[in-house]
Ligand binder design. Sequence first.
Ligand SMILES: [Zn+2]
Length: 227
Amino acid sequence: MNGDIMKKTIPFILLFALCSILYKPVINVSSQQTLSRKVVVLDPGHGGLDNGASVGKVNEDELNLKICFALKEELENRGATVYLTRTDDQDMTRRNYNYSKQDDMYLRALKIDEYKPDLFLSIHLNSSHSGAWGSQVFYYKKSENGKALANCIHQSMKEITGTKKNISSCEFYVLRATQSLGVLVECGFISNANERGQLKNSRYHKKLANAICDGIENYEKSLSPSS
Ligand SMILES: [Zn+2]
């Protein structure tokens, strides 16, 4: 009886093994390599003595970092080389006393350019007293490529965040002072209770990361439509 079961089972096992061998490379090719040879810098806003926006014990700087970790994982899954301006709860000066926004931002911009990235993303959360909600992507007003990148990321993010906001030009220091192409992404409003609930959730971080990576891919495709 055992012999019979073995005879019937072995062909199925062999077929399964053959299918695994045949299909695995196809899956790998489609889920990787889309951002290979791309260098991306992620800049989690604030840190250390600068919590950014906060509601109760929920601080923007901590959530920015968590979203950047999810983004790093997804970008690396797609073949990119990724650097972060900070990886712990410190600002760029790492002084932990006498916080200076000016020093922090100066060092942040220098660090971003040091990596000579293809692009960088500053990740932030928004805050308002009006109950506002929704993601928004900002680009430096003099950068046409920045505008195109912002638009691609905005289009894919809005499928997740449902935002009614549009992309916006700005003169934020981190975009103005850097030589590299970059955008600033406000992932949502920490001040809005519903959105705050989502922004604290690690599964939502992965969804945001996926959407932002799709946006970057679409931008890259728009540069070389033939490939
Ligand atoms: Zn911020």
